[in-house]
Design a protein. Structure first.
Length: 390
């Protein structure tokens, strides 16, 4: 964990070529794209028009300009339960380790899923699915190592199942080797397209294949799957929930630029920096917007709006200015008009709440935790509060 924190500190301080702004007085004037107006200028005033006209348009704008296409076809999918142990956590949980193999055109990829289910559950239970972008030891199925990043015991004791897969099963988080998984094996055509899927798209695709499995597991309520991600994983959880409406709710933790924070604020990490440091995350077209945030046809409030009317919980940390806490809150606020089309009244206050003062509504949740770029038991306790009984 210390090495991760050191890397993060170095990442945001050692490159003077990418000077970042942390001064609110230097945030430029900006105008957000109108989420309720089509590119042809047609105003959207109803749920029906949003669903038929604007939502598909916005989704394609994100595909073409940022995250890449999301292929949906494959030849077959198989599930292999490699372990089923009912004596975990002193008998409180059942451990399932599942191999999810997806086939296309004679090739395959394997997603390794770790899943704990409360052993005393009388009926199918909701599940938190973590897109794990940190070390696999954080989701240790043996529980020899326990981590706040994935507090399985806390979640199980709250009546939820908890699951995780690692991003490396889909696309290694490396600019030189990211294509060696899903992209080269199943969808090599995506690598030739400027709007083709890259690593974050591959991770989101993997989350949907886990959802395919959940729909077959009698212990899981597949209508109550909450997709969770931290940092780059939080960018992915938003994209997964926008693309796959089977996810009942989305948690995006400290996701920052091209996650839940508004790009046009140009506060903390910017598009040019993220594309330079992580050129394998987003499609080729996104590079056109380096230092040109205002030229984007979308901003991140529109990504959150794509999840409507489902619940979204976004977080920040007080020392993680890189991820723009204020810009994250403002993006949630700017998505509320789309939720209103579904009859959902605004739930967020006018201004962002103080440190460690979570706002937890039915469809929106937000907090800014004291501390650094991480996901902790404090965060998870609020995720549980937000989704309890939903």
């Amino acid at each position: 964990m210390k090495r991760i924190a050191l890397f993060y500190i170095l990442l945001i301080t050692v490159c003077p070529a990418f000077a970042q702004n942390y001064d609110e007085s230097k945030v430029p004037h900006y105008t957000l794209p109108d989420v309720l107006k089509t590119t042809s200028g047609k105003a959207i005033k109803s749920e029906e028009k949003w669903e038929k006209l604007r939502r598909p348009e916005v989704l394609k704008l994100f595909e073409d300009h940022i995250y890449g296409q999301m292929p949906t076809e494959y030849d077959s999918i198989r599930y292999a339960l490699t372990e089923d142990d009912g004596a975990e956590m002193n008998g409180r949980a059942v451990l399932k380790q599942v191999g999810i193999t997806v086939f296309r055109k004679g090739k395959s990829v394997l997603i390794n899923l770790v899943l704990f289910v409360p052993s005393q559950a009388k009926k199918p239970v909701p599940v938190f699915l973590l897109i794990n972008n940190r070390g696999k030891e954080n989701t240790d199925p043996t529980r020899a190592k326990k981590s706040e990043f994935w507090p399985a015991e806390m979640v199980v004791d709250s009546g939820f199942a908890i699951a995780a897969f690692h991003v490396s099963d889909l696309a290694p988080d490396n600019k030189d080797t990211y294509a060696t998984g899903v992209l080269q094996k199943l969808y090599p055509e995506q690598l030739k397209k400027d709007n083709g899927m890259k690593a974050i798209g591959a991770w989101a695709w993997g989350a949907s294949r886990v959802m395919d499995y959940f729909q077959t597991d009698k212990d899981i309520d597949s209508k109550k799957v909450i997709v969770v991600g931290h940092s780059r994983g939080g960018k992915t959880s938003l994209w997964a929930a926008a693309q796959d409406r089977r996810f009942a709710a989305c948690v995006t933790n400290c996701s920052g630029n091209t996650g839940a924070a508004l790009a046009r604020r140009q506060y903390g990490e910017r598009i040019s920096r993220i594309n330079a440091s992580f050129p394998h995350w987003f499609n080729n077209n996104y590079k056109k917007y380096n230092d040109k945030e205002n030229a984007l046809p979308v901003d991140q409030h529109m990504l959150i709006a794509l999840i409507a009317p489902r619940p979204v919980y976004a977080t920040n940390a007080s020392k993680d200015l890189w991820a723009d806490p204020k810009g994250t809150f403002l993006a949630l606020k700017a998505a509320e008009p789309v939720y209103a089309l579904y009859g959902i009244k605004p739930e967020l206050p006018k201004d962002a709440p103080g440190i460690d003062k979570p706002v937890i509504g039915h469809r929106f949740g937000y907090h800014n935790r004291e501390g650094e770029h991480n996901m902790t038991s404090y965060d998870w306790a609020n995720f549980i509060r937000f989704t309890k009984g939903f």
